[in-house]
Write a protein that binds this ligand. Structure first.
Ligand SMILES: NC(=O)C1=CN([C@@H]2O[C@H](COP(=O)(O)OP(=O)(O)OC[C@H]3O[C@@H](n4cnc5c(N)ncnc54)[C@H](O)[C@@H]3O)[C@@H](O)[C@H]2O)C=CC1
Ligand SMILES: CC(=O)[C@H](N)C(=O)O
Length: 378
């Protein structure tokens, strides 16, 4: 079956040049089974249990592709770039209701798509050979409290459209959830996957809806639904879109610009967080994971936990002693205190190998300033 190794560090092809999979850390993440680990290889490859399966995405003619909705937000472009490395640039179609910069179109396929238009979604699914959707279109928590009707529309109706289309065309469907799906009656430390879920925001209610409907469509209609409950995501080069955790991004840009930051949360509002590169890598890993490795459809994922004061202290150490933080809590403080300080993600680690790299505030601050300084020097 496997015959020619082209570009040996990266990709594996069959004798008729069909793409079979790619290597990462010596493991072949294959479109066909079995998969192999080069490092523990004796003869010459040893069997590797945990491996990507892209069978679902690539059909026999090798044509099935992935559609990313809401792809021009904080997470979409990064996930598209990482996934394109794994399954090919043209096999990942980015979409959004926004108009992209020219660089977006230069780097791969883009289509304009309103998630509230189910016919338009289906047209793309059929015409572009879509086998899977990563559904990122959303209105985040803080914006959702300001525009609840819009949040209901996009976060519930938009989600229902991708669920129904995934059922009709038997797609794989990844819809991120959030720690915002939890609420004030949930335990805030070491929050388990199965916990009380009584959120108090429109955003959180819509996330619970997506989780439960996704599980239902999985068991009732065979949709390969998957979801990760992300904490707040922190990135240097893409800006957040109206969440409660945005302060943890804004603070860095404000430090660089003016050496001060006025925080809308209280000094001790501890929340779960994750660096964008971990989010992107682990999301792609989960999205491509063999279905057999998944024992549940929704997983907590977490990496770092800090309060605004702890983050500010680390910025003072690494950026400037002169950095000053002040606090003027607003409605977002009331949301923050209902969300986890840190979540238990042991099931994600056990089942599909979740393994974030940036797990301390110190490392996060260091990597954020490296990125911001690099951008400034360009
Ligand atoms: N960024 C974070 O800290 C976290 C994000 N998540 C989830 O991850 C997903 C992606 O989040 P982000 O990229 O941060 O969100 P974002 O707010 O940055 O981007 C959302 C995108 O959805 C698009 N959109 C809005 N209305 C649309 C419509 N009618 N049709 C098509 N697209 C539309 C927007 O134009 C925007 O580009 C969301 O489901 C979010 O709830 C979950 C937890 C944390
Ligand atoms: C944690 C999230 O879901 C998001 N960052 C938000 O604050 O709304």
């Amino acid at each position: 079956m496997i015959s020619i190794l082209k570009n040996s560090a990266k990709s594996l092809y069959s004798s008729n040049s069909k793409y079979l999979g790619s290597f990462k850390n010596n493991i072949l993440y294959s479109t066909q089974k079995p998969c192999f680990n080069l490092q523990s290889s004796t003869t010459p490859f040893a069997f590797q249990e945990r491996a990507y399966s892209t069978d679902y995405i690539f059909n026999d003619s090798g044509k099935k592709r992935v559609l990313i909705t809401g792809g021009l937000g904080q997470l979409g472009y990064g996930v598209a770039s990482e996934l394109r490395k794994e399954i090919g640039t043209n096999n990942v179609i980015l979409s959004d209701i926004k108009v992209p910069d020219s660089s977006v179109k230069e780097n791969g396929p883009f289509v304009h798509l309103d998630i509230l238009d189910p016919e338009a979604i289906e047209k793309i699914v059929v015409n572009e050979d879509i086998g899977a959707i990563i559904h990122f279109s959303a209105v985040l928590s803080a914006l959702g409290e300001q525009f609840p009707q819009k949040a209901l529309d996009i976060n519930i109706n938009g989600t229902q459209h991708v669920l129904d289309i995934s059922k009709k065309h038997q797609l794989r469907l990844l819809i991120p959830s959030s720690m915002g799906a939890f609420g004030p009656s949930t335990v805030r430390q070491n929050t388990p996957d199965l916990a009380i879920m009584r959120p108090k925001t429109v955003y959180g209610i819509a996330k619970v809806y997506a989780e439960l409907m996704g599980e239902y469509y999985n068991s009732k209609h065979g949709v390969d639904f998957r979801s990760l409950r992300y904490p707040g995501i922190i990135s240097a080069d893409s800006l957040p879109g109206g969440g409660t955790t945005d302060y943890a991004v804004d603070i860095f840009h404000s430090a660089v610009k003016s050496n001060k930051y006025n925080c809308y949360l209280k000094n001790d509002a501890g929340l779960a967080m994750m660096y964008i590169d971990d989010c992107v890598t682990e999301t792609v890993k989960f999205f491509l994971a063999d279905n057999n490795t998944l024992k549940q459809r929704v997983y907590n994922v977490d990496a770092i936990s800090f309060t605004p004061e702890e983050l500010a202290n680390e910025i003072k150490k690494q950026w400037s002693e002169k950095f000053e933080i002040t606090y003027a809590p607003d409605f977002r403080q009331n949301i923050a205190i209902t969300w986890p300080e840190y979540m238990n993600d042991s099931k994600a680690r056990e089942d599909w190998g979740y393994n974030p790299k940036i797990v301390s505030t110190k490392d996060l601050v260091s990597v954020m300033f490296q990125k911001i300084n690099k951008q400034k020097s360009l």
